[in-house]
Design a protein around this ligand. Sequence first.
Ligand code: NAD
Length: 370
Amino acid sequence: MATHKLLLLPGDGIGPEVMAEVKRLIDWLNAQGIAHFETERGLVGGSAYDADKVAITDATMALAQASDAVIFGAVGGPKWDQVPYDVRPEAGLLRLRKDMALFANLRPAICYPALADASSLKREVVEGLDIMIVRELTGGVYFGEPKTITDLGNGQKRAIDTQVYDTYEIERIARVAFDLARKRRNKLTSMEKRNVMKSGVLWNEVVTQVHAREYKDVQLEHQLADSGGMNLVKWPKQFDVIVTDNLFGDMLSDIAAMLTGSLGMLPSASLGEVDVKTKKRKSLFEPVHGSAPDIAGKGLANPIAMIASFAMALRYSFDMGDLADKVDAAIAAVLASGLRTADIKSEGTTAANTTQMGEAILKELQALHG
Ligand code: NAD
């Protein structure tokens, strides 16, 4: 059986609490001989700053580069609000994304039937929802140059951000999205603003070409990003996979996320290029939520986003889709049984703390596996 190297970076706040529930799962998989994971641990964010005065050390970065996947908790908190900008907790995550060249951000939005009433939208609109937003993560207006504020000398200033995309950046993110669509319901929606932006014109053209050349079997449609946002809240079930740039992806994935209820439920994956020699790709998996300092250390954190992020690692880094399906099914079964952490608690359900939720999911997984 292949050995997979995982780097666990729990981070700050509730990060270590939710990571403990993933570790419980990994230990069980190893003990049962279902998989063989070698785990290392490192510090990132505020905890790394406290130990080494940086947001992540070079040594931890080297471990990340050598791993088959990084499993990341969350960073930040009021304790580190005043530390110098370049060593603030978030800088650790940004360095990981940059140095590992993680250009594709995958954000699934799944609405578990048991939680359909937690959404601000009507049950029939969100029940059974399962969409995947693929956001370009390393290009576009967040990184384009020039990026300046200039004093015009007449009491006015001018701010410039530059939206820039090259063909290869659009091609590679499109391929990730088409490949995902093929494994799902075979439909891809590409979103941009070709009516007012040159980068939108090129985005549309390149996605269309990649489709015609390599993915004719996948259904492709184009939507303007603004009406796409409208459609996301109007009838989200029309979508399977959505691919879009860094800026629109930032906004649209947050909108899609909120269709499903709590932040404590949302996983994500960030992927790099496939290495031609090893056939592996760099990857990092993390919950969408932050370090939640308001509830840290109280056993109140919902570990589902973290566990579902690990399930994404099984699916996208280790080709263990069947096992990932079982983890997802175990989460759905525990929710259907009425167990709830505080963030998703509703009348008539049973309260659970972080550990109880993690244990219940593992127990369901054991039953599904047995
Ligand atoms: P947050 O996601 O940490 O918390 C927002 C709200 O959601 C809080 O009320 C919190 O209690 C709740 N929440 C979040 N995750 C939860 C979970 N798993 N279970 C139950 N409730 C949960 O966002 P914030 O409060 O804006 O930020 C707190 C800190 O986290 C800040 O320092 C911020 O910079 C950092 N942050 C880090 C990341 C990251 O590491 N990727 C992302 C966002 C924010």
